[in-house]
Structures are given as C-alpha cells and as structure tokens.
Ligand binder design. Structure first.
Ligand code: F6R
Length: 378
C-alpha cells in the first residue's frame, strides 16, 4: 500500500500535486476568463450563505489551525472580509462576543476533533434562539463528509484529499489551503474586491501549482535527504516567515517536532528581535521562508540578524536567486509565483526536511509517539 515509499508520510507528500489538481478541478472552472459572466468558483453554496455576510470566525486545532491562518490572510486580503482564527480549545471557554452576520468555519480534516466539534456546537447553541441576523451560519472544511463535523454544520467544503494514514498531516493541509483559496476567491468575486483581470491571473497561476509541486519534489528530495544528515545532533530549530508565509513557518516547526522530537519553534520573522533571538547560536539552525513579494527584503534582513549570531541558515527561497544564495548556507529553491500563492509551494521543502530528519533518526514517522490521528477527547 505504500507503493514503494518507505513511509505513508512520504507517499502522501508525493500525492500533493494530484490532490491540488483534484480540488481545483472540483471547484474552479478552468476556462474562466475576465470576460466570463459567471463566478469562476463553484462551491455549491446557497444564496443565504452569502447574504449580508460581514465577518468570518474560524476554529481549528494544530495543522488545521495553521491552514486557517493562511485562510484569514486570503479572506482579508483578497475578499476584504474581517476574519479571526481561534484555537478551538480556547474558543469554547472564552467565546468572542456574539456578532451578527457571522460565518463560523470549523476546519478539521478528520471531522472528529473533539475541541473543534465542541466549539462549533457551542456557537450553534448560543445562536439558536436569536433573531435572523444572529442565526447560525456554519461551514465545515473537512476531508470526511461522513464525519461528526459534517453532520453538525449547515454547509461543507469537501477537501477530497483521500485517506491520510501518516499521523502528521501533509496532503490534507495542502487541500485545506486550496479550499481556502476557493472560498476567498468566491467571496472576492461576489464582493467585487478583485478586478476580473486580477482574478483571471490568480486562477491561471493556481492551475500551474500541481506541476510546480512535482518539480520541487523531483528536484529537491535528494538534496534535502542529504541535508538532513547534517542535523543528527541538532536539538533546536527556529523557523521564521512573514505575512502569508508566517503560518508556514509554524507548520514547518510543528511537522519537525511531531515526527523527529526535535524542539522547533516558528516565529513571525520580525518578532525575532523582540526576544527569541536570544536563543540563537551556532547550534541552532534557522529556517527562513523568503519568497518574493511584499516582505521579501524584510525577511532577508531578519535573516542577517541571525547570521550575526552564527546560526546556520537554511532558506526556502526563489529559484535562481543570487542574493538568497549568498545569504543562506543552504537554499531550498522554489519556483517563483505570486506571493499570494507561495504557501502551497513553500511548505513542500519543509515537509521533506521534517520527514528526512526523522527518517534519518530511524523514528516511526507514520506513528509518532504520544500522537493520534484524530483527537476525540477534549
Ligand atoms: C499535525 C496534526 C495535528 C492535527 C490536529 C487537528 O500534523 O496532525 O496537529 O492537525 O490534531 O486535526 P483535525 O484536522 O483532524 O481536526
């Protein structure tokens, strides 16, 4: 069943290009142009889903919470809709004040995470007897259409990643990201926050992503496997990113700690100087996501601060970028794409890095200690 791969996790990392293609094929029309008169996105959501929508609140845990942070960026920057992301385990016991015309989104690949289910159930209950403006408007983004989450919500987006066996989420994360692009672009179209030309460009680039994921996997796996050999003694890792790639820094750190048991933290790159930089020395490698766009130069200057502390610097950086090559000790090159789409590519080398460091240590990558695939207790 592993189809020649050593672990399910590696197989699932490799499945990501076809997962992205599948989600795009389901929800986005591939012949849409700026001249078209219908929406490029079809999520099969009824009109009342969109009516008077003023804001979005997302609840999730773990990797799904990281996907939700990317989702917030997309919903706010593309569709101009105020969005908050909550840890499900926190939301329930300190719920934000009840607001009207709010979409609540539960993001859980398994659809069975107890914290997420209870947060959604609580919100549903507190809205039940209220006036129409406060009525529950609940969306589930999940990989399991037969799950408890799917039964609890009014609307669903099926992320269609296929069963994920590795405990560390990889292909379901990518599929959640694509679902958020679809939701944000759909809302952007309806709210007219993007021009037709902008939409056409983003959609055109989305369709390029599956081939780009394949090329990263083809070109980098060997290099990353070799790089992994150099961290057999490493005890701490820092991951930094900014803007839309800040959640990817968090995700890179979570993947590494889950399966390799190495202490790893992700930070917004600009926060390093406010404290965490005190941790840095030659023994603590820093992995930076430096993708072209609004924060590229800023990330590189944050990386320089780490260089001055002798940290080994690993950069997820644009292909053929001489400036990045000079700064980083190792670069994990990624094709150049519009910043807004970069998380789908920048996460791939980080998944491979975590995988190979853990595999190199001889650990049970698919079933890490202390973790379960779905956490059904609060
Ligand atoms: C990370 C991981 C966990 C899950 C979290 C939520 O690799 O697997 O952090 O993401 O337990 O799970 P779901 O998405 O099923 O709610």
């Amino acid at each position: 069943e592993k189809q020649g791969f050593r672990h399910f996790m590696l197989k699932e990392i490799y499945e990501q290009s076809s997962v992205v293609r599948m989600v795009l094929e389901t929800y986005i029309s591939n012949d849409w142009t700026a001249a078209s008169t219908t929406s490029p996105i079809n999520l099969s959501l009824p009109a009342e889903f969109y009516t008077d929508l003023e804001q979005v609140q997302i609840v999730a845990c773990g990797t799904s919470w990281h996907a939700s942070l990317v989702g917030k960026y997309l919903l706010e920057q593309l569709a101009q809709i105020p969005t908050q992301v909550h840890y499900a385990s926190e939301f329930r016991y300190a719920p934000p004040p009840l607001m009207p015309n709010t979409l609540i989104v539960g993001v859980t690949q398994s659809g069975e995470t107890a914290d997420t289910l209870s947060a959604i159930a609580m919100d549903k209950q507190r809205r039940a007897e209220k006036t129409p403006q406060f009525r529950p408007r609940l969306l589930g983004i999940t990989n399991r259409m037969q799950s408890s989450l799917a039964r609890l919500v009014d609307y669903t987006i099926d992320i269609q990643a296929g069963i994920e066996i590795g405990v560390a989420a990889t292909k379901t994360f990518i599929a959640q990201l694509v679902a958020f692009y679809c939701l944000a672009l759909d809302l952007a179209y309806r709210r007219q926050t993007l021009s037709a030309t902008q939409l056409e460009q983003i959609i055109g680039q989305l369709w390029q992503l599956p081939a780009q994921i394949e090329s990263i996997l083809e070109q980098q796996e060997r290099q990353i496997e070799e790089l992994a050999h150099e961290f057999t003694e490493t005890q701490d890792f820092i991951f930094i990113g900014r803007g839309i790639n800040y959640p990817i820094a968090l995700e890179g750190a979570l993947k590494l700690k889950e399966i390799s048991y190495i202490h790893a933290e992700g930070y917004p790159a600009g926060e390093m100087k406010h404290g965490p930089i005190a941790l840095l020395d030659a023994k603590v490698p820093v992995v930076a996501i430096a993708m072209p766009g609004s924060v590229y130069e800023k990330v590189l200057s944050n990386v320089q601060e780490a260089k001055a502390r002798d940290s080994r610097l690993i950069g997820v950086a644009p292909m053929h970028d001489e400036h990045a090559k000079e700064i980083f000790d190792d670069t994990l090159p990624v094709p150049v794409v519009d910043e807004i789409l970069s998380p789908i590519l920048s996460v791939i080398p980080l998944q491979l890095l975590a995988y190979h460091i853990a595999a190199r240590r001889g650990l049970d990558v698919d079933q890490p200690r202390n973790l379960a695939k779905s956490v059904t207790v609060e």
